[in-house]
Write a protein that binds this ligand. Structure first.
Ligand code: OSB
Ligand code: MG
Length: 362
């Protein structure tokens, strides 16, 4: 058995601007496990800067190397791994990297595509929306128009303080009836409720993560003042927090990212909790390469996920992706691959050009 990590640096076709900063290059950790003739892969959603969440590539590698790798020597199932890793607090992005590697490995061992391995009732396809970074308003209008022609089922725009009401008003002038949402990535606070209330009139399907990630209580207060449903992303880091957030009325929708919640098992648990409470969920994205994207597409195909997600086709992000085959979107739908596990492999020559660091873990 052999476990390796690679750190890659790949330029994005378009840099992606959010309220917390601009991402121009995808700097990801890729994990590769070889055992019994099977190659399994995973990708960490961390970046070099801990701006979206508290982990970065350096902490993920440290936690995997010094605390998690010891749990995978006997190639446990993801659930056994999760029980072993429960003694390590937090560090969900690190845990998710290993948990998803084991999901890919075990679905390949069983000869099943990942989407069926994690959900025998998989729909077999993911409904796809687009997440548009902050840009000049006229550019955003043009991008929305293009996205609608390409078939995207929901348009999400990034907002931040001072770049919100006017943007949404202009979008609604051009596109009065589209399924529209806005994502603030935690930029607002309890002082901004009056501004946020002005967003209500644009009839968003939801407003994503308006307040700071720790702020469940104020999200619940805000939710009572808005008719727009609240969707939480950064705040929801575990099934228990999802349950609590629904319980106190802090949100009606959850953006599930397996990397943020410690992997696919927790992701599916959160989707079940949303459904049990009569609420909604969808699968987000972190500008992943084709490796991380595969896990998102498999999860987004689950029958438990009811809203369109942020899993655009590879070609929106990269000139050429390091993983093949790529995902194509038709009529706003992306299908997971038929192959075992995530169904993708690394394109070696291209991958080699983007590696900036590598090492053995087991
Ligand atoms: O908040 O959903 C987010 C990208 C990086 C960090 C945070 C977020 C995002 C996106 C992009 O919205 C979604 C995508 O992968 O296209
Ligand atoms: Mg978000």
């Amino acid at each position: 058995m052999h476990l390796k990590y690679y750190k890659v640096d790949i330029p994005l076709i378009n840099s992606f601007r959010t309220s917390f900063g601009t991402i121009s290059n995808k700097k990801a950790l890729i994990f590769e496990l070889n055992a019994d003739g099977i190659t399994a892969l995973s990708e960490s959603v961390s970046d070099d800067v801990p701006a979206y969440g508290p982990e970065d590539n350096y902490t993920v590698l440290h936690i995997v190397k010094d605390h998690l790798v010891g749990f995978v020597r006997d190639l446990p199932t993801p659930d056994v791994f999760n029980r072993r890793a429960a003694g390590i607090r937090g560090n969900n992005m690190a845990k998710a990297s290993v948990e998803m590697l084991l999901h890919d490995y075990h679905s390949r061992v069983e000869g099943k595509p990942l989407h069926l391995f994690i959900d025998p009732e998989s729909r077999g396809y993911a409904n796809v929306g687009i997440s548009l970074g902050i840009d000049k308003t006229e550019k955003t209008i043009e991008r929305i128009s293009n996205a609608l022609h390409e078939g995207y089922k929901r348009i999400k725009v990034k907002i931040k303080k001072g770049y919100d009401v006017e943007l949404l008003s202009t979008i609604r002038d051009h596109f009065p009836d589209i399924e529209l949402s806005a994502d603030a990535n935690s930029d607002y606070s309890a002082k901004d409720f009056e501004t946020l209330k002005r967003i209500d009139r644009y009839e968003l399907v939801y407003l994503e993560q308006p307040l700071y990630s720790d702020d469940l209580v104020y999200h619940s207060k805000l939710a009572k003042e808005l008719s727009t449903p609240i969707c939480l992303d950064e705040s929801i880091t575990s099934p228990a927090i999802a349950e609590a957030a629904f319980d106190i009325g802090a949100c009606q929708v959850v953006n599930i990212k397996p990397g943020r919640v410690g992997g696919l098992t927790n992701s599916l648990e959160i989707a079940k909790i949303a459904r049990r409470n009569g609420y909604h969920c969808w699968v987000g994205g972190m500008l992943e390469t084709g490796i991380g994207r595969s896990f998102n597409v498999a999860l987004a195909s689950s029958h438990l996920v009811d809203y369109p997600g942020d899993t655009s086709p590879n070609s929106r992000y990269f000139e050429r992706d390091i993983a093949a085959p790529t995902y194509e979107m038709h009529d706003g739908i992306i299908k997971p691959h038929d192959g075992d596990g995530i169904g993708v492999h690394i394109v070696r020559d291209l991958f080699g050009k983007h590696i900036i660091e590598e090492g053995d873990l087991l």
